[in-house]
Design a protein around this ligand. Sequence first.
Ligand SMILES: NC(=O)c1ccc[n+]([C@@H]2O[C@H](COP(=O)([O-])OP(=O)(O)OC[C@H]3O[C@@H](n4cnc5c(N)ncnc54)[C@H](OP(=O)(O)O)[C@@H]3O)[C@@H](O)[C@H]2O)c1
Length: 433
Amino acid sequence: MPIALADADAPAPLPPTRAAVSARTIRVGLLGLGHVGQAVARLAPDAGRLAERGLRVRIVGALVRNVDQRRRCVRPPRLTSNPAAFLRGHYDVVVEALGTIEPARAIVARLLGRGVPVVTANKALVAAHGADLARLATRRGTSFRYEASALAGVPFLGALAARPLVADVRQFSAVVNGTSNFILSTLETTRCAFDDALAEAQALGLTESDPSRDLDGHDAADKLQLLASVFGWGTASPAADDVRGIRGLTAADLHVARHLGARIKPIVHGRRTGRGFEAFVGPAVVAAEHQLAALHGTLTGIQLTGRFIPDLFFSGPGAGPDVTAATILDDVVETMTTVPAAAGPRRPPLPTVPVISPATRWFIRADFPGITPDADAVRAACAAHNLTVTHVTDAIDRSRWLCTAPAPAAQVTQALAALHATHRIQARSLRAL
Ligand SMILES: NC(=O)c1ccc[n+]([C@@H]2O[C@H](COP(=O)([O-])OP(=O)(O)OC[C@H]3O[C@@H](n4cnc5c(N)ncnc54)[C@H](OP(=O)(O)O)[C@@H]3O)[C@@H](O)[C@H]2O)c1
């Protein structure tokens, strides 16, 4: 979508923003004063490490929906619910933590078009419009930074941005959603019901008020899109059949995986190919010795394979207002102390590329109503639908677990739908990483 640069509401010309650095005070405008925005406002004044660098962050204005709502931070001098009034403020950097794509995209484009650097934590915005916004920042000689938008407490995007050869990423596998990882870890350690694990995540403030974006894989799909764009692979999202969530998994499933020498983790996987890239999002069976299998609770992590680096692994907290605010403030400081991140040769727009469903092995839990499925019958029924079963477990809690030869998602979905129609088999399928 084109980004409008016309700006009738622009304030009177600012003194050069770098001049503010010489005064060592960074004037920050906050888009959003929710969990993240308030944490930024709380952390900014007492960030001792910033003072050590001779810097001071002052929150000079904020945009919210409801100016009368009580906040857990000092009220910024200019608090408004009117985007035009916010845009009339003078800022050295604007931090975007609104959460939705609009009006965030329009306001961020306005600011970048005016040469004001922007730092965002908004993965949905970066996934959908990050490449356009970064190009706009380049044209205007300013910065657009988004370290907190993926694995908020793991500063790997900035590290890779400064290392073009290391950043020639060909494949990644990651746990990007700390909430889903927490729920699966809780199911495994306490053997509780899914709803109880979800309730615990909610009580700890780990979920949004509507948790479906976390539970159904959409938050992870945004991050997949963001990573494919940051790695220069192209813009595209996987097919609906390859974006799966964690609902319906049980403590028993996690224990069967453990019995098989593996763990179930909420995985995002991408691999660059000649034509586009392969990708999937969803709970997957991961060998116990894999680095991602060791991520417990809210921990997130990403394993990268590059042209020059065979195995690079980053991990740490993926979310939480305070850790996100710290990453945001680091981005603010970096913005004001380095040349614009987006400066350099202008990159052409990323192509829209096909996303292919990878052919992986699958683990399938098969249940018949009331009886244990016969192993040979299950094997034959799958073969009839072009799904090769390589192994069938003994009955576990009246279920059979099948391991298959590599197949793409659609083939598995079709085979399981047919099995249900013809044999009344209820099945839950998980990819193997
Ligand atoms: N929470 C985390 O741990 C975390 C970690 C990493 C990244 N992030 C990202 O950070 C962003 C913010 O997350 P959050 O948890 O702080 O969300 P949040 O608590 O829902 O806060 C959103 C803030 O934006 C304001 N807002 C939303 N729409 C608006 C609109 N149309 N006009 C004006 N103000 C509007 C809200 O105003 P009111 O308060 O008046 O309603 C609120 O202050 C999201 O993109 C999220 O994905 C969050």
